[in-house]
Design a protein around this ligand. Structure first.
Ligand code: BEZ
Ligand code: FE
Length: 299
């Protein structure tokens, strides 16, 4: 990193004396990700302050907010992650680190409700362990970029119930592992399971992040979805969502995870009144070293 690191980096800003001095001190400590990251952060914060020109009271309010975010983060609740989520930063980091070739199903954030300790459900079995909700039969297929079935693959699924609540949010009301599944596909990559139609929900709004956003009229909504994680030999692990195309909250997802490829139709089950069906295809990308072939790549 050279003497002119300040000038070469974004954002463009006539450096104030403190910024200039701090940059020189940082640069003098050596090179590396910590120094370059800190330097970038300091430059952006200075640019933000120069642009918005906060009063002393406004600066105090910002510090009070960040203090409260810190006080609201512990082993059970992570308000900093929620802040990163609702600012779109979690999805930005995910998108940058999980780029997929054309035709592959996009990756998304896993969110906080994933559990790895779910017992295996037989392919074709049920993941609904309390018998409540509108029945939903999910069928699906795992393929490579050329459309060939990949099996056996591991399919993990987790979702909220018909009231928009995950099992581990109300452990006294829902059975353990309710609406969580771990299935192995057949040799052609096909799987199916019985579940219930999920409802959308709101991210927690009882902390400082929720209070600021709801105060602005932003509802922290998440449109109805199911989460999937698919693992197949020779392929990148896919962690993704499938969103209910009919949910009016799609355009307002507080996590910014909605992508056109992840929308799916939940349709009435012709064989069972009041029941629903969903069919999905997940297209996996090969691990590095394999040549990706562009194909359909749609759910
Ligand atoms: C979820 O979709 O499960 C989720 C994602 C981010 C924050 C909270 C929940
Ligand atoms: Fe979710």
């Amino acid at each position: 990193m050279g003497e002119d690191a300040l000038e070469g980096n974004q954002p463009s800003l006539v450096p104030s004396a403190p910024l200039h001095d701090l940059a020189q001190r940082l640069i003098a400590t050596g090179e590396g990700r910590l120094v370059s990251g800190l330097l970038a952060a300091v430059q952006h914060v200075h640019a933000l302050v120069a642009e918005t020109r906060p009063s002393a009271d406004e600066m105090r309010a910002v510090i009070d907010f960040l203090t409260e975010v810190g006080h609201s983060a512990d082993a059970r609740r992570q308000e900093w992650v929620l802040l990163a989520d609702v600012l779109g930063v979690s999805t930005l980091v995910e998108d940058m680190n999980a780029q997929r070739p054309l035709g592959a199903t996009p990756n998304t954030v896993a969110g906080p409700f994933y559990r790895a300790d779910v017992p295996e459900t037989a392919n074709g079995g049920s993941i609904c362990r309390d018998g409540s909700g509108a029945p939903l039969r999910v069928t699906g297929r795992i393929t490579d970029l050329a459309g060939a079935g990949l099996g056996p693959s591991l399919v993990e699924v987790w979702q909220a119930n018909g009231a928009g609540v995950y099992e581990n949010q109300e452990p006294d009301l829902q059975p353990e592992f309710n609406l969580r599944g771990r299935l192995v596909t057949d040799s052609l990559g096909r799987f199916s399971f019985h579940s219930v139609r999920p409802k959308g929900y709101r991210l927690p709004d009882d902390g400082p992040v929720g209070r600021v956003l709801t105060g602005l009229g932003l509802a922290l909504e998440r449109p109805a979805h199911l989460h999937f994680r698919v693992t197949a030999p020779g392929c990148q692990v896919l962690t993704t969502h499938v969103f209910d195309r009919s949910d009016p909250a799609l355009a307002r997802d507080a996590m910014f995870a909605v992508k056109p490829e992840l929308l799916a139709d939940i349709t009435p089950d012709p064989d069972l009144a009041g029941a629903w069906r969903l069919n999905v295809t997940f297209v996996l990308a090969p691990l590095a070293g394999h040549t990706p072939q562009p194909t359909r790549g749609r759910i």
